[in-house]
Design a protein around this ligand. Structure first.
Ligand SMILES: C[S@@+](CC[C@H](N)C(=O)[O-])C[C@H]1O[C@@H](n2cnc3c(N)ncnc32)[C@H](O)[C@@H]1O
Length: 504
């Protein structure tokens, strides 16, 4: 295996850390090579949380001859050895089954195929699902459960919890039965492959949280009568006339009584996405915050604003409104309700998101949740972590931050703390797993105003653009310019497979 200079250095560092902890050099090197292939030399995954993925891979080693080194390393690393020996846990005390049926089997077979694809030759020896989905080293389905109808997640994986000690503090991450660890109203399982490798750790949050300087004024006093429907009662969608909150969407509600986006509203949003040049844009009156941060600390004059697409907003009713929490004009704020799963989408793209149930057109899936940063903070984060002078330069990020720029133009000149973006890299929800697809993704991001009447801050909500079949990957267009060589984060090579692909 040919490694770059940086990778070789990192390889040696990792081997040293693990051998210091008591693992055999040969075993470490072997496991590390597998991870390098699996993560396509993306060291951010491998180094995360003190090499936790590598430690897991090493402790999961089943060769009895390794028992000595495993014990030694557990002692040195101070990890909870019980965890690593945990058997597959099935709700209700049923024993794991090795057989599968229906679409789930097909899906896992396809997944094993994609894993096999990523591990050819003498690399990771992953076998096809039919032959290897057995016992505790496999994803297993309960006998009577149909993945499309079951109320509880049906796909279980061998590692019930990943855990490690970081700076002496025991931290658990990634419950494969529920990556949200109870933060959402639904459980969202991780469907991992036979190798049991989990996504790198991050903090799961279900609500956006401010990183540091972002200024978001959530006071009730700022919501005037014209910005809410305080006179309403019950369900606004049941009333003969749209309430004040519908003003934002052209005097009509964006949602149907079934909680889906109305056809007309969705059609308009989709055509804006697919034909952006035909849509109206606004241009920052003063300095464009994006152009400003691109110049960084240099004294060079920022380029002229390249324009921001004027997007359609949804305004949901909220706590100052007179309607109830069940009002039909409150969809995004109620959170995730669909049966989502995090899964290995493909060798090139990494982890992805899908639904274990069919989704109708216009269904809310989840919102993009992350840290709220000012653009300057994001720029600093990008250049410090991925900039040209950093070892990680040129490496793709695992997540893709989003600019909340849907309405910057209406505010005149924006202060830095008002030009905001969301970053799900360290704190985020399942949206951070949704991969990009150029133009024709089955998901669209729509700005949703909930608790603030101005649009500096809003929720970015994901809805289906069409009917989506169970287990289809959910994808959206990140809106990235693959040709922008000046951007601090190097764009990834796109493997979306769309005929409109602009990043191959
Ligand atoms: C928001 S994350 C999506 C989750 C990611 N796949 C993971 O494993 O954590 C974005 C990253 O996924 C990868 N990615 C997303 N869409 C892709 C695509 N169409 N082609 C190749 N890589 C993609 C890139 O590495 C990108 O930086």
């Amino acid at each position: 295996m040919e490694l770059s200079r940086i990778s070789t250095e990192k390889f040696d560092d990792a081997v040293k850390s693990m051998t210091d902890a008591g693992f055999l050099k040969e075993t470490v090197e072997q496991a590390l090579k597998k991870l390098i292939i699996l993560y396509e030399e993306n060291w951010e995954h491998i180094e995360a949380d003190n090499y936790s993925t590598l430690v897991e891979a090493l402790l999961g080693h089943s060769d009895p001859k390794q028992a000595g080194q495993k014990k030694r390393a557990e002692k040195n690393l101070n990890v909870d050895s019980d965890h690593y020996n945990k058997k597959l846990k099935i709700k209700g005390g049923q024993t794991p089954r090795s057989s599968m049926h229906g679409s789930a089997k097909k899906e896992l077979t396809e997944e094993a195929d994609s894993l096999e694809e990523r591990t050819t030759g003498n690399q990771l020896q992953t076998s096809r699902a039919e032959t290897t989905i057995t016992g505790e080293n496999s994803c297993t389905l309960l006998e009577s459960q149909d993945p499309c109808t079951s109320e509880t997640p049906t796909v279980m994986c061998p590692k019930v919890l990943g855990s490690n000690r970081h700076n002496g503090i025991k931290r658990q991450y990634h419950d494969v039965n529920d990556i949200t660890r109870g933060e959402e109203c639904v459980s969202i399982p991780i469907v991992c492959g036979e190798d049991g490798v989990l996504p790198p750790p991050f903090h799961y949050i279900s609500q956006n949280t401010t990183f540091q300087d972002a200024c978001i004024n959530l006071s009730l006093a700022r919501i005037g009568d014209e910005n809410c429907c305080s006179g309403c009662f019950g369900d606004c969608l049941a009333e003969p006339l749209p309430c004040a909150c519908a003003r934002e969407t052209g005097g009509d509600f964006a949602y149907t009584r079934d909680g889906l986006l109305k056809e007309g509203f969705l059609d308009a949003c989709v055509s804006m996405l697919r034909e952006p040049l035909k849509q109206p844009h606004f241009y920052c009156k003063g300095v464009c915050p994006i152009e400003q941060i691109m110049k960084g600390v240099s004294s060079a004059k920022p380029d002229a604003c390249k324009g921001h697409l004027i997007k359609k907003f949804i305004k949901e009713c909220w706590i100052k409104c007179g309607c109830t929490r069940n009002c039909g004009n409150r969809v995004v704020q109620r959170g995730i309700t669909r049966k989502l799963q995090v899964f290995l989408a493909s060798r090139k793209k990494g982890w992805g998101l899908r639904s274990a149930e069919n989704l109708p057109r216009g269904a809310f899936v989840c919102e993009y949740v992350g840290e709220i940063l000012t653009n300057t903070e994001l720029h600093k984060r990008n250049t410090e972590l991925y900039g040209k002078n950093n070892k990680k330069a040129g490496k793709a990020r695992h997540t893709y931050p989003v600019n909340l720029d849907a309405d910057w133009g209406t505010e005149g000149v924006l202060n830095d703390e008002e030009a905001l973006c969301l970053d799900g890299t360290f704190y985020g929800n399942v949206a951070r797993f949704m991969n990009h697809r150029c133009i024709d993704g089955n998901i669209i991001a729509i700005p949703v105003e909930v608790e603030t009447p101005d649009h500096h801050y809003y929720h970015l909500a994901f809805f289906t653009t069409r009917e989506v079949e169970a287990f289809e990957e959910l994808t959206w267009d990140y809106g990235i310019d693959f040709d922008d060589v000046n951007h601090p984060v190097k764009a990834f090579k796109c493997h979306c497979g769309s005929t409109f692909c602009r990043g191959r």
